[in-house]
Design a protein. Structure first.
Length: 197
């Protein structure tokens, strides 16, 4: 069992993605958050011991569930849950997807995970588009197609794609860009190329 024990209340980013693989949100983990506007939980969350006690800026709570298996969550429901919070339990937004992105600000990297690496998936989420500080995206080979709409808000960047020890890494480099018109980028793992948005 992997737990989130504490998210720093003074976390500077407006978005916090709980890492894929975490199963439990500890009862005081999200207390008194100051700057976070969007809190995002992965499909692996199965137990929420406590949530959102007196957050200052929270606007959205997203909880991901698998597309075909919306696993249930055990809620402890303490009297401190959602206390003085603009987001209440009935405001939670559930996202049904087999793909999830974890953002790591300390090294400007995002890691895409899938609920089943044996199947092929299209990555069409837009979590990454909220944070233009990300400069590397790593995702498993089970993701074989990316919707170009994922990167539209980051269109001032280009994405370098290369095969990397079983994962594919996209490195973003800031510079002027040309328009990428196709609806999808199909990933070819034996090739390295530059995609200009």
């Amino acid at each position: 069992m992997t737990q989130i024990v504490n998210i720093p209340p003074n976390w500077q980013s407006k978005i916090f993605t709980v890492p894929y693989g975490v199963t439990t949100i500890y009862h005081a983990a999200t207390d008194c958050l100051q700057n976070i506007e969007q809190l995002i939980f992965p499909q692996t969350i199965s137990h929420i011991a406590g949530i959102l006690y007196r957050p200052k800026s929270i606007k959205n709570l997203f909880i991901y569930r698998g597309e075909n298996s919306p696993e249930s969550i055990i809620w402890d429901n303490t009297k401190y849950d959602f206390a003085d919070s603009p987001v209440q339990k009935n405001d939670i937004k559930y996202v049904y997807s087999n793909v999830y992105s974890t953002s790591f600000e300390e090294n400007k990297t995002a890691v895409v995970s899938t609920t089943n690496n044996n199947n092929k998936y299209e990555y069409s989420d837009n979590i990454l588009s909220h944070d233009t500080n990300i400069n590397t995206i790593i995702y498993p080979k089970s993701v074989d197609k990316i919707s170009s709409s994922c990167f539209k808000p980051m269109s001032h960047n280009s994405f370098y794609i290369q095969d990397f020890t079983g994962y594919t890494t996209i490195t973003i480099k800031n510079h002027l860009y040309t328009t990428y018109c196709s609806n999808y980028l199909s990933i070819h793992f034996s090739l390295s190329f530059i995609l200009h948005l």
